[in-house]
Each structure stands twice: as C-alpha cells, then as structure tokens.
Design a protein around this ligand. Structure first.
Ligand code: HSE
Length: 402
C-alpha cells in the first residue's frame, strides 16, 4: 500500500519515523506493507534521506493511482481542505491531525469519503496520542454520552500546573514555556482557548451526532488567571484547569471552554504538565477517563499511523460516518448551572454578598486584603449575572464544580 504524507514538519517527520521504527509490527497489523511513496513540502531536505521522496506539486500525488492513503499533517484550513477533498474524490482515504480542518469541514469530508467508499480519519486531531475519537465512535456505542470534560490543550495545562506548583505568575511561566518550545512564539491559539475550542467542538459533534460549530462555543482562555486565583483555589482544596466541556441535558446541548475550579480529588486535577485527559460520562457506563500525551511529534504521529493502519485494513469500506452536517444549535450557556468563585473589589462586603447570594463560602488569602472572595452555590449563569450586577466591581470570576 503506497501512501503520501502532506507536510514534513513536526508531525509529518514523526509519521515517517513511526513507520520506520515499527515497520514490521505496523505491516503485520495492516496486513500488507505500508510504503511512503511521496512527501509533499514546499521545502527541500538535502541532508535527509526523505529528499528522494519529496515532491512540490500536489497533482503528482493526486494523479498517482498507486497512492491509496494520503496523510494530511500540514495544519490550517487551506490548502489542506482543497487537497483532502481532492484526494477523497479520487478514491483515496485521508488521515489527518488537523483540528481546524476537522472542526470546520469534518462532516462534509466524511460525507465525501462515504460517497467514494473511502475513509476520512482524524484520531490525532484531539488529544494527540490519546485514543479518543475511535473509542467515542466505536466503543462507547451502548451509551448516550451525557457529559464530556477535557484538558485538551497541553500548553495551557503546563502553564497552569507550573503556576500552581511553583507559585509563579502567568507571564513568567508563559516565557518559560516558550523557551522550552512548548508554547508557540504567538501563543494566542493556546492561551486564549481557541485550540481547545476546536477540539471540544469535534468531540461534541461526535458524541451528539450533529455538527457543533466551534464559533458557537463560549471560549475563555487562561490569561486572566493570577497567582492569587491559584492561592484562593488551594484554600478551597481545588485546582484550576482549562476545561473544554460539553453536556447534554434533555434536548439541550451546552459547550464551553473556560478555566474551572475542580476539587483536588477530581481525576482531572491530577493531570499535570503537557498531559491531556478527557473525562466522559455515559448514561449506562458512568465515568471513563482517557489520559496521555496530548501533543508532540511522536505521540501525535502514533495516532496518525494508527489511522493509516485502519485505512489500509478497511480498504473498500467506509468505517467513519460519525456526525451529520446538520447543525447542532447549542443552548445558551447562560442557562447552564454551576458554582462561581468570585473576587469582589473591597474588603468587608460579606453582609452584602450574603444578602444577594444567600449561603456562600468565604475565602481569604494574605496577599489580597482589599477584596471579598467567595464561592456561590449552584445556579444558572444568568442568575449569577443578575445577582453580581448589584455588587460592584468584580476582580475575577471562575466557574466551579466543587
Ligand atoms: N498547541 C497544542 C497544545 C498542540 O498545546 O496542546 C496540540 O494540538
């Protein structure tokens, strides 16, 4: 089976490395030899043996009938979308790690794959090396999924873990993460939650069967989280994590990416550094958690190659028709219920807070003397907004499930 790899960056070179390292076992599992015939890249790699496979013109791959599987690891929506669509229409299966592409065009590409009796597979697009797409699609089939909570971004989890363990502030840790190569020089997609937003949109589309548009998902990043927030969380015996979450309550589906306070005993709070984890609740199964390397060259490549093996094994049959292009209209998150940890400007506001919110838990830290901090009971976000409006300036609010 001949395959082509689009993009010889971090993941693309990882795919070639994984295929070389585990050649025998991969070929055995695929039932035939998997050979990389072409690698598409704008660049040349003169010092690398891959150079003999490098092509700069995608049409060479598209028009070669020997190529049966195309691996797309370029990232970004275009030209990836055009290339992938072209490959599927030519009867080639596609395996991708590209979450932007899957979040935006997943339903359309799965339909084209199905019409052409090939496959569009995307295990690596969420959770890097963690198997999560295949389990949601193939394994948890006896269940109605009611709840997904995930640490879906390694960079922000590294930053929050380090802030929490070493008492450092956001800017210091971000710089350290950039120096170590975990965070991009332009870290916006990670720290503002955009990356996690695409991933929760993919998981929600898969779990609930219709297209969840990532633009509809309320998204907050971690740039407003401070050392003091972490100190307060510790007093509450909680951890702060950037959580991509979605839940189904009756006909309502809610989805959101936001920092969240969870109890120290919650399995997601024990997930540190660049690791990812996805906590899934099924109506008959109960809780199940997937944990592992959520990013990086070889873990991501491992997931891509597992898709290649699936594509080779399932030649001639479509195995991945996961969600319809019909839009899932998300319910207003203002209706969703949780607790709120609030830092109100000004000390000594306890009576006013109690009058407005009733029973709350007050918490204080020595570094912040000029504020009143408290944890509310569970209520819809709309109710919280209405109540807090009468209490003056809020320094910060973090949603909580404690
Ligand atoms: N920037 C992403 C992360 C890479 O930090 O998790 C994987 O999608």
């Amino acid at each position: 089976m001949n395959i082509a790899v689009l993009g010889y960056g971090t993941v693309g070179s990882g795919v070639v490395e994984v295929l070389n390292t585990n050649q025998d076992s991969i070929n055995k599992r695929a039932g035939q030899d998997v050979n990389v015939k072409y690698v598409l890249d704008l660049r040349d790699f003169e010092q690398d043996p891959i150079q003999e496979k490098i092509v700069h013109d995608y049409d060479i791959i598209l028009n070669d009938d020997e190529i049966e599987v195309v691996v797309e690891v370029m990232g970004g929506v275009e030209p990836a979308h055009t290339f992938v669509k072209g490959a599927l229409e030519k009867g080639k299966s596609v395996c991708t790690s590209n979450k932007e592409l899957v979040a935006r065009h997943g339903a359309e590409l799965m339909e084209i794959a199905s019409e052409n009796n090939v496959n569009f597979l995307f295990e690596a697009s969420v959770g890097g090396g963690i198997p999560i797409i295949r389990p949601l699609h193939n394994c948890l089939t006896a269940d109605e999924i009611t709840d997904i909570k995930g640490i879906l971004n390694g960079t922000t989890n590294y930053i929050l873990s380090k802030m929490s363990h070493e008492g450092l502030d956001f800017d210091t840790v971000l710089k350290d993460a950039q120096d170590k190569g975990y965070a991009e020089r332009n870290p916006e997609a990670d720290v503002e939650g955009y990356d996690a937003c695409r991933k929760i949109a993919i998981l929600s589309s898969l779990a609930y069967g219709k297209q969840v548009d990532f633009e509809d998902v309320l998204t907050e990043g971690i740039t407003k989280i401070t050392k003091s927030d972490i100190a307060y969380a510790k007093k509450l015996k909680a951890g702060i994590k950037l959580i991509g979450m979605s839940k189904k309550l009756g006909h309502d589906v809610y989805a959101m990416v936001a920092p969240m306070l969870l109890p120290e005993s919650h399995p997601l709070v024990g997930v540190n550094d660049v690791f990812n984890a996805i906590f899934v609740k099924g109506n008959v199964l109960g809780d199940v958690m997937f944990y592992g390397q959520g990013a990086g060259k070889l873990p991501t490549a491992s997931a891509v190659v597992s898709d290649v093996v699936d594509a080779v094994k399932n030649k001639g049959s479509n195995i991945m028709a996961s969600w319809k292009s019909e839009k899932r209209v998300l319910s207003d998150v203002k209706k969703s219920e949780q607790q709120y940890f609030v830092r109100l400007k000004g000390a000594g506001r306890e009576e006013a807070v109690k009058k407005t919110f009733g029973e709350v838990t007050f918490v204080s830290i020595s570094d912040e003397k000029d504020e009143t901090a408290f944890l509310t009971g569970t209520m819809p976000e709309k109710e919280y907004d209405e109540k807090i409006a009468g209490l003056g300036e809020v320094v910060n609010m973090i949603r909580a499930e404690l």
